[in-house]
Every structure is written in structure tokens, then in C-alpha cells.
Design a protein around this ligand. Structure first.
Ligand code: NAD
Ligand code: MG
Length: 389
């Protein structure tokens, strides 16, 4: 039996992971499930899957979690420390599906034990790529990407030497507003931004898809994970979301990965790696589909992509600043404090302000410095947003 842990079990990726484990429950022993405020769901799944421990991120919900677990024998815990401890419990496979920079410490704790980490939490690589990759190497752990584009690149590479790779192309649906007139974007509401044309995902990543901040994070994620130079990573708008990524080789050949837009493919691939197992995802009927379309992204519509380039060229702790500023700007948009188009503006200003503070971005790449940069960028984002009101 494989011992598995799911960090962020109550979210969209977490629930899809549980769906796959449920289909072959005898093969897995569930070590830990973690969640946030949805105690009912966390407790229900922990009891059903016979987890050793269930952890909520919120200290104030410990009593509720205990009550919901009742006499089931599943232990209850709460708070950030408990999350990290749960991730450090011996397991063969850990799904990192917490959203945001909150996933960094638990993800690192899992890697410290040399496990296989299925990484959905892209923010981990954006904020602390060097640290995360180094931890995996030094502890003998393995990271399998779960972001659909990165899973696609990983699969298209098929273990081939990176020296033969000329470029990687990540596809993007273009999000909720890809066909909106650009001048209308300013008035877009969070509800409108949270509807994705193809993928069924959590609210935050769906809004990030509309602003293309999600793709901006993914470009940086690809650079960190595959060790690519910034100019080796391209973005292509592909409204059908059937081709998830393409790998271009030095001989001009391109290998693409196709599949239905269902995250259970990338999750299942990471779960069964290095083998493949049958998965309950829709099979593509290309004849029925008829055509697949591609176009270059309009950089005026998607300023987040340009910010990602700047961040990659800057290096150091710029990724941690970018991610944290983006998280706060997204909070501000969801709360109605700033407009949809203000998000990129806020993030750009935060990066400028941090750049103006000598030494911060070039501080040594330690976890403490990453977390300090994260705090600083959130603080500056709040300042920038307050000044606009
Ligand atoms: P979600 O919002 O649906 O779920 C997030 C999970 O994290 C929940 O279990 C929640 O309780 C937990 N969580 C939230 N804040 C937390 C905190 N501060 N501390 C601890 N736990 C916390 O998110 P999601 O859409 O499942 O995305 C999870 C991760 O996977 C993200 O990094 C996202 O970018 C990535 N991802 C998601 C998809 C997708 O299809 N949803 C696709 C690719 C990548
Ligand atoms: Mg993705």
C-alpha cells in the first residue's frame, strides 16, 4: 500500500485527487488530509478514507474539527505548524494543492523527507524555485508537476536530454475575457472573471486565468522547474484547451501533449508516475473537433505576461515579491477595492518599490528571506492599493 498525503484536500485539485484515490482505495493508505474553513468536507473525507490525521489551517476551528471527527479515530490538528508537521509525516507520495504562498512551508517539509511531491502549488516554485529544487535534489526527493501545462511538457520530454530542447510553448485559453473589447476590462467584476471557458477550477486561479497572471506564474514555474532561459518559454493562446503544451527541439521538431481539459489527467499521471494507469478522463475525438486554433497573446491585453519577463530577468527574490503582490492585488480585486486592470498596475508598482530598496531582491536565497520578501511585497501592495482609494 502506498502512503499518501493530500495538502489542500478540500480544494479543487484536492477533491480531484481524492476522486482518483477513491476509485482504487485498497492501493492507498491515507496519512494526512489538510484543508481550510470547510471542516465538514475535510472531516467527511478524512473519516471515509481512514486518514491518520486531518488538519485545518485555522487554529480557531480545531474544536469544530474535533467535533466533526467524533469517535472516528482520525486525529485532529490545526494551524500553520500542524500543517507543516502533517506534510513531514512519512509518506510515499504527497500532493501539494494548497493555494498561494501558504503552500511553501508544507511543500518544503514534504520534500525534506525525500518523498515524491506532486506539485500543483505553482506559487512554491515562483516564490522559491531555487530553494525547492535544491531541497528535492539534496534529500533525494522527486517533484512531478501537476499544473497541466507542466505535466504536458514533462510528458512530451519523455526523459529526453534538456540540451536538445530549444523552446517550450505553454498554451493558454485566454480566460473569461479573451474576446471582450479591451476597454471593457476595467469594469469586469470578480463574478465575471471567475467563469472559465474550459476548465473547472478554484475561484482564485480562474480569475488569474482571466488576467493571465496564472500564465505569468506558469512561465516562471517552467523556468524554475525545467531550468530554461526566459527566452526559451513562449505563450500561445489556444481557446480549445486541448493542446496543453509543446516542446520544440533543436532539430525543429515539435512534440505536443493533447488531452481533454480535466485535471485528473495531470494528477493521475503524477500519482502513477513512472508508470501509466487508465484514467477516467474523456478521450479526444479529433475528427469531431475538426480544428484547433492558436494565436499570439495580445500583450496590451495581458500586462501580467510582461511582468513575468521582468521578474525572470531580475532573478533573485523577485519571484517571491511578484507572487505575494499578485496575491494581495487579487484579494483587493475580489473585495472590490481595485478594478480588474488595476491588478497588474499594483503588482508593477510593488516590484518598482521593492527594487528601490537596495539589497532586498538580491538577499541570499533562504527560506527566511523568501518569507520576508513575501511580507514586504504584501505590505507594499496594501500601501499602493490604499493610496489609490
Ligand atoms: P482551491 O482554492 O480550490 O483549494 C485550495 C486548498 O488550499 C483548499 O483545501 C484550502 O482549504 C487550502 N488553503 C487555502 N488557503 C490556505 C492557507 N492559507 N493555508 C493552508 N491551506 C489553505 O484551489 P485549487 O484551484 O485547488 O488550486 C490549488 C493549487 O493548485 C494552486 O496553487 C493552483 O494554482 C494550482 N492549480 C490548480 C488547478 C485547478 O484546476 N484548480 C490547475 C493547475 C494548478
Ligand atoms: Mg496550468
Amino acid at each position: 500500500m502506498r502512503r499518501v498525503t493530500i495538502l489542500g484536500a478540500t480544494g479543487s485539485i484536492g477533491q480531484n485527487t481524492i476522486d482518483l484515490i477513491d476509485r482504487n482505495r485498497d492501493a492507498y493508505q491515507v496519512v494526512a488530509l489538510t484543508g481550510g474553513r470547510n471542516i465538514e468536507r475535510l472531516a467527511r473525507d478524512a473519516i471515509r478514507l481512514g486518514a491518520e490525521v486531518a488538519v485545518t489551517a485555522h487554529d480557531d476551528l480545531l474544536d469544530d474539527l474535533r467535533a466533526a471527527l467524533g469517535q472516528s479515530g482520525v486525529a485532529a490538528a490545526a494551524g500553520a505548524e500542524a500543517l507543516t508537521e502533517a506534510a513531514a509525516r512519512p509518506a510515499d507520495w504527497v500532493m501539494s494543492a494548497i493555494i498561494g504562498a501558504a503552500g511553501l512551508r508544507p511543500g518544503l517539509a514534504a520534500l525534506e523527507q525525500g518523498t515524491t511531491l506532486a506539485l500543483a502549488n505553482k506559487e512554491t516554485l515562483v516564490a522559491a524555485g531555487a530553494l525547492v529544487m535544491q531541497t528535492a535534489r539534496s534529500k533525494g526527493g522527486t517533484i512531478i508537476p501537476v499544473d497541466s501545462e507542466h505535466s504536458a511538457v514533462f510528458q512530451a520530454l519523455g526523459g529526453e536530454d534538456m540540451a536538445s530542447v530549444e523552446r517550450v510553448i505553454l498554451t493558454a485559453s485566454g480566460g473569461a475575457f479573451r474576446d471582450w473589447p479591451i476597454e471593457k476590462l476595467r469594469s469586469a467584476t470578480p463574478e465575471q472573471a471567475a467563469t472559465h471557458p474550459n476548465w473547472d477550477m478554484g475561484q482564485r486561479i480562474t480569475i488569474d486565468s482571466a488576467s493571465m497572471f496564472n500564465k505569468a506564474l506558469e512561465v516562471i514555474e517552467a523556468r524554475e522547474f525545467f531550468g530554461l532561459a526566459p527566452d526559451q518559454i513562449e505563450v500561445l493562446i489556444h481557446p480549445e484547451s486541448m493542446v496543453h503544451a509543446l516542446v520544440g527541439h533543436v532539430d525543429g521538431g515539435i512534440l505536443a501533449h493533447l488531452g481533454a481539459p480535466d485535471m485528473r489527467h495531470a494528477i493521475g499521471y503524477a500519482l502513477h508516475w513512472p508508470e501509466r494507469a487508465p484514467l477516467p478522463v474523456e478521450r479526444l475525438d479529433l475528427a469531431k473537433l475538426g480544428q484547433l486554433t492558436f494565436r499570439a497573446p495580445d500583450m496590451a491585453r495581458y500586462p501580467a505576461l510582461d511582468l513575468a519577463r521582468q521578474v525572470m530577468e531580475r532573478g533573485g527574490l523577485a519571484g517571491a515579491a511578484f507572487n505575494a503582490a499578485k496575491e494581495r492585488a487579487l484579494d483587493g480585486f475580489i473585495a472590490g477595492h481595485i478594478s480588474f486592470t488595476d491588478m497588474a498596475d499594483v503588482v508593477g508598482r510593488v516590484l518598482d518599490r521593492i527594487e528601490a530598496r537596495p539589497g532586498h531582491i538580491d538577499a541570499p536565497f533562504t527560506l527566511d528571506n523568501v518569507l520576508q520578501m513575501d511580507h514586504l511585497a504584501r505590505y507594499e501592495a496594501d500601501n499602493v492599493m490604499a493610496e489609490r482609494q
